[in-house]
Design a binder for this molecule. Structure first.
Ligand code: HAM
Length: 420
């Protein structure tokens, strides 16, 4: 028996409908907020993530699925969507179209992390990005869109944390403060963080190792070092959120796990789903386009994890609409009936009615039992005596009534009965 790889999941049968429900609500939201869908490759050149996400992040240091292709190029399965979207923005010269460029995406992402509840090695993100505007209103629009999405799904009791992680100017001051703070604790930090003190001490604040977390609790925060411009931007983001009554927590310790962030960073948690409670997060990345090779262009966006949303919905006992049941099952008493069922199904399906029949040569009795289990609205019985009289028996499973219909007009009659 070959099983699925650790940290992956099969999405099967009724579960697929739950996923489609979530995707459908997101799609609708994106249309209302005027975001356009973009589909990028699942793998990219490794360099994109090294430069984009940052080579001192956990993602790049420990979690990427990287391999050499047959041409000897280093390839990585995308661990996130933003770097790819920005690469596509540059590759396709979207900077010469309508500005700002508002894009959304959906798809599997890959991170080699230790699997646990809510943490997978292949997981799915829905995300949105605005490239080309530094207006703090775009940061607030994205947060508002994300909060509307959760509300439309019926989720409540969520915590929105916001922060400003500053820009390279404030970061230079913060770097010195953090180095001064962490150096005396060097011996107790994990070996990754020991290397990060010189290169990127901000990353220590995002380390998952318990000892690093404990030491980091009293470290200076990004808010201690904001420059005038970043401070002003943060005030305006908060003003916009206040204007539309979105409650938030200011959390100066939230730095997020990706290096491209500048100014605004935000994260939404559903505390009751456990240790992996972040159901979405994002922020501004005004240096990313340039670091991937474009002209200096601001950007901001978010992504949310579909698996964690489902977990939160389950936890909050939110009913998810069921897949619509089958309209018609055609049972047949003999071979002539079975053959007729085959062509009748084609006719009704092409008129928008869903239909199915038996393909296992079952008795009429067990076909009826099977029909009941499908949850169908009507069972049409073809064959035997009725068929020789030019009629079919039709049982309405919703009220148990049984009638006879002329075979010649049966498809029109079925449509009428179903009210389609
Ligand atoms: P992220 O915080 O790394 O941000 O991931 C976004 C969301 O993806 C998380 O809040 C979580 O719901 C989900 N997620 C992350 N890792 C896993 C995992 N191993 N298993 C299940 N779900 C997971 C980003 O990826 C950024 N690209 C977001 C962004 C867009 N920032 C700006 N634009």
């Amino acid at each position: 028996m070959i099983t699925k790889p650790r940290g992956t999941a099969d999405i099967i049968l009724g579960d697929v409908f739950k996923w489609r429900h979530i995707e459908g609500i997101f799609r609708q939201l994106c249309q209302e907020y005027n975001y356009h869908e973009v589909r990028t490759p699942i793998f990219e050149y490794t360099e994109l993530f090294e430069r984009g996400v940052g080579d001192t992040t956990d993602i790049v240091e420990k979690e990427m699925y990287t391999f050499l292709d047959r041409g000897g190029r280093s390839i990585t399965l995308r661990p996130e969507g933003t770097a790819s979207v920005v690469r596509a923005y540059l590759d396709n010269k979207l900077s010469s179209g309508l500005q700002p460029v508002k894009l959304w995406y959906y798809g599997p992402m890959f991170r080699y992390d230790r699997p646990q509840a809510g943490r997978f090695r292949q997981f799915h993100q829905l995300g949105a990005e605005v490239i080309g505007s530094e207006d703090p209103a775009t940061d607030a629009e994205l947060i508002a869109m994300l909060m509307s999405f959760y509300a439309r799904l019926g989720l409540s009791n969520l915590r929105l944390d916001i922060n400003s992680v500053g820009c390279p100017i404030c970061r230079a001051e913060l770097k010195i403060k953090l180095q001064d703070f962490f150096r005396p604790h060097m011996d107790r930090l994990c070996h990754h963080c020991q290397g990060r003190i010189d290169r990127n001490p901000l990353r220590i604040l995002d380390c998952k190792v318990e000892a690093c977390k404990t030491i980091g609790k009293d470290a200076p925060t990004t808010l201690d070092c904001l420059c005038r411009d970043c401070e002003d931007h943060f005030i305006k983001v908060k003003d916009h959120l206040n204007q539309i009554n979105i409650p938030y927590n200011i959390n100066g310790r939230m730095v997020r796990g990706l290096d491209y962030y500048t100014k605004t960073a935000f994260e939404i948690a559903a505390p009751e789903i456990g240790a992996q409670s972040a159901i979405g997060g994002g922020g501004r990345y005004d240096g990313l386009v340039e670091s991937i090779g474009g002209n200096s262009t601001p950007g901001v966006g978010y992504a949310l994890g579909v698996e964690r949303i489902l977990l939160a919905m389950e936890n909050q006992k939110i009913a998810i609409p069921e897949e619509p049941a089958l309209d018609v099952f055609i049972a047949s008493a003999d071979e002539q009936g079975s053959s007729m069922a085959f062509s009748l199904l084609e006719t009704i399906r092409n008129k928008g009615i869903s239909g199915d029949k038996d393909y296992l040569g079952r008795s009429l009795k067990s076909q009826m039992k099977h029909a009941g289990k499908t949850g169908c609205s009507l069972v049409v019985i073809l064959g035997g005596q009725e068929l020789s009289r030019g009629v079919a028996a039709v049982k309405d499973m919703r009220d148990g009534r049984q009638i006879e219909l002329s075979v010649d007009k049966i498809s029109e009659e079925i449509i009428k009965i179903l009210g389609k």
